[in-house]
Every structure is written in structure tokens, then in C-alpha cells.
Design a protein around this ligand. Structure first.
Ligand code: GLA
Length: 636
């Protein structure tokens, strides 16, 4: 294909190249690959939905509770809405049989698992779920021991026997266990926890007291520097490989559960279908905020087949119970808007209608399950109020107006926030009460404390002939994010300790990911700005990053590029490069802090994958250089 570069700028000269990508070093992570580098996964094309035992029952799980939930999902119609996975969490195991290492199920709580010869199998259980047209999920740990063996010592359902018999996690048994779970027992989904490489260090008195094998921790939740990111990732990759091997039909889901540690928020998409972005949710408003914040800024890291997971829903419990329906609806709306997996965790055998109406709100579920797979973007941010906007596959928008605080508040929604024209009518439908309304320019709503309003919105697009890249995060893969040293992300609500009250000095979230690519924001949560010119729309990145963008029939990629005013590195230069299916299409000259934005435009007609690279070959400063793809868009 012929290469054409179009660059028009007052500040920067035009450079056109016709160099084949193969001339670039294969070892160069910024070299274009010409292909979408995340595995094309058959499952989880939309966020997984279903039920999980943990928040409802912890280790007091049993077959009647799980199958009762499954039956209720079918009888109530929830399964028709997409709630299909029925997942057993921690607490199901009896022991790892010696010497062959086969796992045994606690048949006292899963009676159907008792099979001839004293062995046990979940096959009758998964068959029962499959007969209901549901899918079955199981739980394990990446290390030797599971979380309950450290945190639920009171439980009657902990593994029993010798040290080796109680080592029910995957360590040393990845292939054996995955084969057992998926081929022999017929599971469809696995959650892989990480306590085994976190809490069983030689210094933990529990280890000697319980006679566990000491395992030097790979994860230190309080310090990314003391976490072995590569080792943790490598362990999960070995699970992904075993899953692929034992599921040639691709019918499986890998849910990574290492609570946002080990920089998983950056690499989870490459390894699993979903990855926890934070520690465990609790049934409290401020912990819900914390978990929401851990995923809400990560829109560019999620796409069909790979989702940010802020944890299981806690609707029905504590501050999200029947007496707190405003909070419960907010929790559900927020999870829906950011494409979180929707896993109910409640005793569905006796769920009140008011809660069923929340999980069963077909319009809100439809936002979450929209085939575009575009996570909502934070259009307005403050600690008090947020506006989240999500692009739907049919061109409409969903907007959530979220009152995080304890006071009633007025929230103004503008057409501009929806990327709709300010002078044409915008139609809104409230997805909780069905009210329809219309406005031009802007409109205001009064929100009760902790209320979230969710609307489907239709209007006239500002960009009439295309899509802004920040509107379609589900079509973007952050292949290389330019983060050199993983740093804790500071923009996450720090709730009062969920465990331990106000003792000590407070919990500091250390989830890495600070500086990762952002839609409509700089990587450091600032408004996008080049040489004093602000951009409402665009992609903020660190230099030495490469983003892959699927092109669904557009003819032109265009952006106004430059160094972001928030950069701390005001010395070095960055070049902006656009590739199409691996071929160089357009490139800017070197750009520095204080230079006016340059218009970069590339002919992408017929191109399937656009790659946009911000490259700094020689950095003289250790300070990060922040780059902006302002108003980045695919146009007809
Ligand atoms: C961890 C996980 C939870 C749950 C428990 C089970 O805390 O994050 O979701 O699976 O372990 O013990």
C-alpha cells in the first residue's frame, strides 16, 4: 500500500516517510506490529455476568446455596438478561490427596460430588448448572495455600490433613489442576487468587502455627518496589497457557485476583479475561468508592475479552441493603458504566423484589453489555461529583451523574460532555425511572446524597464524520504505556480502614498504574493542554508509548499533537508517529514543551490497525515527558 503523510502545522514542518516497518528493530517495543497484540478471546466479549458465593456466604458455601441461586437466576429471568456464570469461591475443598495430588471436594457440603470409590467430582454439579443453561466457575490460588487458610481460620470448611494435603493452590500443580477443573469436572470459569504468594512468608507467625510451607512473598501490597511484578505475571501466564491447552474450544474465563497488586492493572488484559483492580470490596459506601476509583481511570486498558474488575457486587448487604436502595442503585449503575463484571453475591433463594429490580434493570444491564465494549470515561471529575460518559455501539451515549457525597447537590450536564453539539436538542431517558426529557446546551438535576442518575442520551455529534479515539476505548489497546517505574496511583478514594478501624496511620492504596494512558485526561489526571491550548478530547500518554487502535472502515486518522503543559520534563523532545497495518504513515517533527500543537493526519483507508507511537529516542531527563494526542479521531 502506498504511504501518504499529511502534516499541516504552523509550528512544525512536514515529514513524509516510506520506510517499511521491518527496518525497525524487532526488539524495539515501539516498533509497529501490525496486529492487535491481545489474544482474540472467544469468551467475555462483554463483561462476564453471574453470581459468586463469596460476599454472600464467605467459606460457608454449600451446594444447596449455590444451586438455589442458580435456580433463582433462571426462575426470575436474570439468566435471560445475561447472568450466566455461577461461581463457587473459597471454601469448597477438603484436601489434596497424596501422593497423586488429586484435589478432593468437601462432599459434606457438596453432596453430589461424592462418587464411587470414595473419590469426588464436581461433574454432577457442573452438569446440573449446564442443564439450567448456566456456566460453572471454580476458585483456586496461584500459590500453595488459599486466602481462607490465613483469614478465615474459624471456618469449618478449611482444607484438612498434612501440610501437603492442605496445599490446595495451583503451585506445582498447574497443569494437573486445570485439567481436572476444565476437562474432568467441566468448569467454564476460574478465579485465581494470590494469597499463596502474599501472606505465607516465613515471618508470618501463622505459617509456623498452622504448619504451612513458608513461601517468601512475591507480592507486598504496601510496596510495588518490593513486589516481583515479572514473577507474578509469569505465574498467571502459566495458568493462561494451561487453560488454553485444556480448553481447545476457548470456552473458559480466567479471572485474575491479585487485588490490583504487581501492576496487574497494566498487564491483566494480556493474560486474563478480567483482573481485580483493587483490594476486596466491603459493604460500605466509601470502600465502594475506593474500588470504583481503582477501575474508573483505566478505560483504555479494557476491551472485549479483557475487563477491569473492581470486585463482586455487594448489593443486598450493609450500606447496599434493602434499606439503602439509593446506594445499591448507585453501586450497580457505576459498575455498569465502567464495564465491570456483574457478579451478584446474595442468597437469591430469598431475595426481596426491590433488590431483584436492581440486578434486573434491563436498561442498565444493556449499558454494561453494550457490544462496543467501551468503558465509560470520566467527563467531569471531582471528589464530590463525577459525570461518566460511555459511548454505545449504536452511537448513543450513556451518562451517569454520580453524587459521591452526603449532601444533596445540583449537577449540570452539558451537551459538550456528551460530545454532542451545543445547539441541537439532546434527548435523555432516565434508566431508573423511565422519565424522558430533552435539553439544548445544558441541563441540571438535583441529586440526593449518594444518588446516581443514569441516562441514555441521543443528540447530534460534534464530530459528524467520525469518532474520537477517547470515545472508543474498547477499540484501543495500550500495547506499551511508557511507564518506566511503576508508581502508586494517588487518585483513589482512601476510605476509613475496612479492617482495623482507625488504628495505625491509615491504608494507602499502592496499586501501580500512575502515568498510564488516559482518555480525555493526561496520564496524571490533569486536563489536556498543549502550549496553553486546552483539549476536552484526546488521549494523554507518556512518551515511549504505543497504542493500537482498531479501524472499522475510517479513512483518516487525525490528531493535534504536542507536549502536555503538565509535563515535568520540559527539556526533551517527542516525535508522534502513526502506522497503518505496520507501515509508517505519518510522523511529526520533534516536539518540546511550549511548542504549539501540530496537526498530524494520516490516510488510513483500508487499514485495519492503526498504531500511534509517541517516541523519545534520547531522554536527557529522568522526569516523565507527557504527550497529548489532542482530538485524536478516526474520520471518514
Ligand atoms: C480474597 C479475594 C476475595 C475472596 C477471598 C476468598 O480476599 O480477593 O474475592 O475470593 O479471597 O478467601
Amino acid at each position: 500500500m502506498l504511504i501518504r503523510a499529511l502534516l499541516a502545522s504552523a509550528a512544525i514542518g512536514v515529514v513524509a516517510f516510506a520506510q517499511p516497518a521491518s527496518a525497525l528493530s524487532a526488539a524495539d517495543p515501539l516498533a509497529p506490529t501490525g496486529r492487535w497484540s491481545i489474544p482474540e478471546r472467544a469468551q467475555a466479549r462483554t463483561p462476564p455476568m453471574g453470581w459468586n458465593s463469596w460476599n454472600a456466604f464467605r467459606t460457608e458455601v454449600d451446594e444447596a446455596k449455590v444451586l438455589g441461586a442458580a435456580q433463582a437466576m433462571v426462575d426470575s429471568g436474570l439468566s435471560n438478561l445475561g447472568y450466566t456464570y455461577v461461581n463457587i469461591d473459597d471454601g469448597w475443598w477438603l484436601r489434596r490427596r497424596q501422593p497423586d495430588g488429586r484435589l478432593e471436594i468437601r462432599t459434606a457440603i457438596f453432596p453430589s460430588a461424592q462418587i464411587e470409590g470414595g473419590a469426588s467430582s464436581f461433574r454432577p454439579f457442573t452438569d446440573a448448572l449446564h442443564r439450567l443453561r448456566l456456566k460453572a466457575g471454580i476458585y483456586t490460588d496461584i500459590g500453595r495455600n488459599a486466602c481462607s487458610q490465613a483469614y478465615d481460620l474459624h471456618s469449618p470448611n478449611l482444607p484438612e490433613g498434612s501440610t501437603a494435603e492442605r496445599e490446595v493452590g495451583l503451585a506445582g500443580h498447574v497443569d494437573q489442576d486445570i485439567g481436572l477443573y476444565f476437562q474432568e469436572w467441566g468448569f467454564d470459569y476460574i478465579k485465581v487468587d494470590a494469597c499463596g504468594v502474599n501472606v505465607y512468608g516465613p515471618d508470618n507467625p501463622l505459617v509456623a502455627a498452622q504448619g504451612y510451607t513458608p513461601v517468601p512473598p512475591l507480592i507486598d501490597q504496601a510496596s510495588i518496589a518490593r513486589t516481583d511484578v515479572a514473577a507474578v505475571k509469569g505465574l498467571y501466564e502459566s495458568v493462561a497457557e494451561a487453560l488454553e491447552h485444556h480448553n481447545p474450544d476457548g470456552d473458559y474465563i480466567l479471572a485474575i485476583c491479585n487485588w490490583g497488586s504487581a501492576d496487574v492493572r497494566a498487564w491483566g488484559k494480556d493474560v486474563g479475561h478480567m483482573w481485580r483492580t483493587s483490594g476486596d470490596i466491603t459493604p460500605t459506601w466509601t470502600r465502594m468508592l475506593h474500588n470504583f476509583d481503582s477501575a474508573s481511570t483505566r478505560a483504555l486498558y479494557a476491551q472485549p475479552g479483557a475487563w477491569n474488575d473492581p470486585d463482586i457486587l455487594f448489593i443486598g448487604h450493609g450500606e447496599f441493603d434493602e434499606a439503602h436502595l439509593t446506594e445499591a442503585r448507585s453501586h450497580f449503575s457505576l459498575w455498569a458504566m465502567i464495564n465491570a463484571p456483574l457478579l451478584i453475591s446474595y442468597d437469591l433463594r430469598q431475595a426481596p423484589q426491590s433488590l431483584m429490580d436492581i440486578w434486573g434493570n434491563a436498561d442498565v444491564v444493556a449499558l454494561n453489555q453494550d457490544p462496543g465494549g467501551h468503558q465509560g470515561i470520566i467527563a467531569y471529575a471531582s471528589d464530590d461529583v463525577q459525570i461518566i460518559v460511555k459511548t454505545l455501539a449504536d452511537g448513543r451515549k450513556a451518562a451517569a451523574l454520580f453524587n459521591r457525597g452526603l449532601g444533596e447537590t445540583e449537577v449540570t450536564l452539558t451537551a459538550a460532555q456528551l460530545k454532542f453539539a451545543p445547539d441541537a436538542p439532546v434527548r435523555l431517558r432516565d434508566l431508573w425511572d423511565g422519565t424522558e426529557s430533552a435539553f439544548t446546551g445544558e441541563t441540571a438535576f438535583t441529586l440526593a446524597p449518594r444518588q446516581t442518575l443514569v441516562f441514555a442520551a441521543s443528540g447530534t455529534r460534534v464530530l459528524t464524520d467520525g469518532l474520537y479515539v477517547s470515545e472508543i476505548p474498547g477499540a484501543v489497546n495500550v500495547a506499551v504505556d511508557g511507564v518506566v517505574t511503576p508508581e502508586p496511583d494517588p487518585v483513589i478514594h482512601r476510605m476509613r480502614n475496612a479492617w482495623g478501624e482507625t488504628r495505625g496511620s491509615g491504608e494507602r492504596p499502592t496499586y501501580a498504574g500512575w502515568g498510564g494512558a488516559r482518555a480525555d485526561s493526561s496520564p496524571y489526571d490533569e486536563a489536556l493542554k498543549i502550549d496553553g491550548q486546552g483539549f476536552d478530547t484526546g488521549v494523554g500518554v507518556l512518551t515511549n508509548s504505543r497504542l493500537e487502535i482498531r479501524n472499522d472502515g475510517f479513512a483518516r486518522f487525525q490528531a493535534k499533537v504536542g507536549v502536555d503543559d503538565s509535563t515535568r520534563n520540559t527539556r526533551d523532545a517527542v516525535r508522534f508517529v502513526v502506522y497503518g497495518d505496520g507501515r509508517l504513515l505519518a510522523e511529526s517533527g520533534p516536539m518540546r514543551f511550549g511548542q504549539a500543537p501540530a496537526l498530524l493526519s494520516a490516510d488510513v483507508a483500508g487499514v485495519r490497525l492503526v498504531e500511534i507511537v509517541a517516541r523519545s529516542d534520547a531522554l536527557t531527563s529522568d522526569l516523565p515527558l507527557v504527550a497529548v494526542w489532542g482530538e485524536a479521531a478516526l474520520r471518514r
